[in-house]
Design a binder for this molecule. Structure first.
Ligand SMILES: Nc1ncnc2c1ncn2[C@@H]1O[C@H](COP(=O)(O)OP(=O)(O)OP(=O)(O)O)[C@@H](O)[C@H]1O
Ligand SMILES: [Mg+2]
Length: 391
């Protein structure tokens, strides 16, 4: 075995990380839990899809902890088992070929500080057992060492996989899971916290523009609506990348939906004015491309509640009215979808498709039973009068 290269992330404690944006109730709850637990030595398990901000919150936990030692981050997926063992726990001189000097592991480096075990689900079984021992005994065994070394480390672990399910499948040690799962914090996906989108986008644009030495452009209403209509499977990281792309191309002081081009892949040519009788379950990205185009050309409302209605109607149309499938497509829970449909019904707006989709101009609006009404530059969508009302 050769000496591990210093390839893992190591963030010095000196500069605190940026404060996470938390405008939505869900993110405010996350930050409240983080603030409560920050100053305690309690182990924290950060769960959530890729790109939801787990590392950012881990850094916040350290900054708010008041712990005098450094913040040290290790990505458990970055190195094979043998190298990771020495990286985490250190080694004595001569412990293996190439170990010319004694080396402190990340646990020792994080003494009196915070150790982030990023992607802890990827830890190989032998190291899961070793980690369990460190968490129980608060001392590490260096590779080739004879005496354990005491450490005072606050452990924060992250996972974007369901550790409970991995335990059930025998892929993750149950005892380690219980040791890590002392104070779990689940980061909600971005699609479930649309209130965070405008302040997040503004903050990320400021940061990205500053790096390019430019003033940040403002997002106009069409851009904000396009963001709200996009599902963001890659969460905040995807948003950041989209804004970076848009910024590179942006020449003016305002960024529009067209400039954002969300979901516009090489093959996406859909526009809202295209005639479509398709019942295919094409990706949500394609709807977003169409939505972005439609927004840019003023054919869709920029009212969020109205857009939500259209998205729900479109999802239901695409899956032939199956609510379970529609909820999955929309990235929301079935109960949330049912509640929304009930509210629409109470308001006299029928969103569920009554029969085969008409699918001419703006099929989603047709399926939603909505009729356009021009109000200045804005198209509003009204509940279509029923047969009785019309006659
Ligand atoms: N609430 C937030 N406020 C500001 N920036 C955020 C927020 N959440 C995430 N980000 C930014 O989004 C990007 C992704 O966040 P981060 O790396 O923390 O995600 P992650 O959950 O660790 O993802 P992965 O599981 O893929 O490693 C980073 O650039 C981060 O700064
Ligand atoms: Mg991460």
């Amino acid at each position: 075995m050769s000496l591990p290269a210093p390839s893992l992330e190591l963030t010095p404690a000196a500069a605190p990380g940026p404060a996470p944006v938390a405008a939505s109730a869900a993110m405010r709850e996350v930050m409240e839990a983080a603030r409560d637990v920050a100053a305690t030595p309690t182990t924290v398990l950060l769960l959530g899809e890729s790109g939801t901000g787990k590392e950012l919150v881990a850094r916040f936990l350290h900054d708010a902890s008041g712990r005098p030692g450094p913040y040290v981050a290790v990505n458990c997926a970055a190195l094979p088992g043998e190298l990771l063992e020495s990286e985490l726990f250190g080694h004595e001189r001569g412990a293996f070929t190439g170990a010319a000097e004694r080396r402190a592991g990340r646990f020792e480096q994080a003494h009196r500080g915070t150790l982030l075990l990023d992607e802890v689900s990827e830890l190989p079984p032998a190291l899961q057992a070793k980690l369990l021992r460190v968490l129980q005994e608060r001392e590490v065994d260096r590779v080739g060492g004879e005496r354990p070394v005491p450490v005072d480390v606050r452990v924060v672990a992250t996972s974007n996989r369901d550790l409970g399910e991995m335990v059930r499948r025998g892929e993750f040690r149950a005892d380690l899971f219980y040791r890590l799962n002392v104070f779990p914090i689940a980061l909600p996906p971005l699609r479930e916290r649309s209130e965070d989108l405008p302040p997040l986008a503004a903050e990320l644009l400021e940061e990205l523009a500053a790096a390019l030495g430019r003033p940040a452009p403002a997002l106009d209403a069409t851009a904000l609506a396009a963001l709200a209509a996009h599902p963001f499977p890659g969460n905040v990281r995807e948003l950041r990348n989209a804004l970076e792309r848009a910024l590179v191309r942006c020449r003016g002081a305002v960024l529009t939906a067209g400039g954002l081009g969300l979901g516009l892949g090489a093959n996406a040519t859909a526009t809202a004015t295209a005639t479509s009788t398709s019942t295919s379950t094409s990706t949500v990205n394609t709807i977003s491309a169409a939505t972005a185009n439609a927004l840019a050309s003023g054919q869709l409302p920029v009212d969020l509640a109205e857009l939500e209605k259209l998205a729900i109607a479109e999802a239901l149309r695409r899956v032939g009215g199956n609510r379970t499938h529609a909820a999955r497509l929309l990235g929301i829970g079935l109960r949330t979808l049912r509640n929304k449909l009930r509210l629409y019904r109470q308001a006299g707006v029928e969103v569920e498709p009554a029969g085969p989709a008409g699918g001419q101009l703006r099929p989603s609006a047709r399926a939603a039973g909505l009729e356009p009404e021009r109000d200045g530059a804005l198209t509003r969508w009204q509940a279509r009068p029923s047969q009785e009302e019309r006659s």
